[in-house]
Design a protein around this ligand. Sequence first.
Ligand code: BES
Ligand code: MN
Ligand code: MN
Length: 463
Amino acid sequence: MDTVSSYIQSHRQAFEDDLSAMLRIASVSADSRQRAETRRAADWMVEQFKQLNLATELVETAGHPLVYAESPPVPGRPVALVYGHYDVQPPEPLDEWISPPFEPTVRSGNIYARGATDDKGQMLTHVKSAEGWIKSVGKLPIQVKFLIEGEEEVGSQHLAPFVKQNREKLACDTIVISDCGQFAPGVPAITYGLRGIAYFELRLRGPRQDLHSGTFGGAVTNPAGALVTLLSALKDKDGRIQVPGFYDDVVPLTERERDEFRALPATDAEFMQQVGVTDMWGEADFTSIERRWARPTCDINGLTSGYQGEGAKTVLPAKASAKFSFRLVPKQDPHKIGAALRKFLDERLPPGIQMELIDHHGAPGVVVPLDSPYIRAAAKAIEHGFGRAPVYIREGGSIPIVNTFTRELGADALLLGWGQNDDNTHSPNEKFSLDDYHRGTLASAHLWQELADTPPRQVLRGE
Ligand code: BES
Ligand code: MN
Ligand code: MN
């Protein structure tokens, strides 16, 4: 390990330069104008893997390409599959960025750029740790397979079929994912739960075209009014979602888990300061951590209707639309929620309004069993990389493919986040701490060794 650690230590600048190069690519998967850039990011990953002499493939899909690479098999040792994504969220609003989103800039030990933490920086730690082993020792102590996709931020639609058709190729003992966070600065974590998601767009149409609101107002349903009425019917004043059956499959938190959450070092005062609010809000009888990690929610993600320009315009808009999504907890089924939602909206649709409900994407939540030798291996690796043992947390975000992996490959995920809560993911001024980048790389390098010292699943099962 010492040779690997010193390689990593002496290549900090080179690793940062590579991260910067990757961050200069505007691989916004949701934006069709950035198709070429998104492909450039995939090509860039291919080059990284080729430089490590890994067997590397660019896999075309109906959407953005996948990048697959693997190191040679190491008989008798477990196989790790590293999953990450090279695509990023749209950078808007652009005028709120201190430095432009695709011109990575270091300020106070943080690198600022879209994708710095989500997920280019975190994902690269595993590539750089592999480089550390390959360039210093000559090879990795276990077989590592890399599957890096370009559609995570738009729901991973084309990845699931690839996983189903390539179960042999992707066969592994554990799935390593760094696309979440630490609990707090200096408090590394292993994440054992993620929320699922069900994302919709509701489009309402009324009159053929926009109307004078004085001449026609009062005699036809206003689509913008209908939209806010429907959206506000989704929740009651205590934040309880009103769609019938929504809570049917929700697994309640255990007292033990609630106690463990309460023991974590965090206060609501710090939270309010971090996000810049004067008060907290959420479902009654749950703490803010419980609400964010283990309770389902509904949030409006975007609203569009009527006149948005300067000054006032007396218009009755012909159409109105909203993007909104539910965060789900394990056992809630996004398809079932979608069907119940459609019925709920249909039944409440005001007269003279046509509705179109688009189901953008959905994924169930995740809980990972903590009692596993791979979790113990990861905890040791984190201790080596970060200088202290991890805490065990759940998180509120979603990584849509994780359930498919577990179902198709039979392996559980190791969710090892190196990011911080205030990294501004999906927001202006996204950043990643360079110290976390290097500590994550060191932890990852140790993980390959710790996993080499852990029996493969077959042996654990006594086969
Ligand atoms: N890296 C995040 C997921 C995440 C965020 C996990 C915070 C844990 C904590 C991922 O890139 C992401 O943003 N996922 C989307 C999924 C969606 C687009 C299907 C999300 O959660 O909104
Ligand atoms: Mn991510
Ligand atoms: Mn994301």
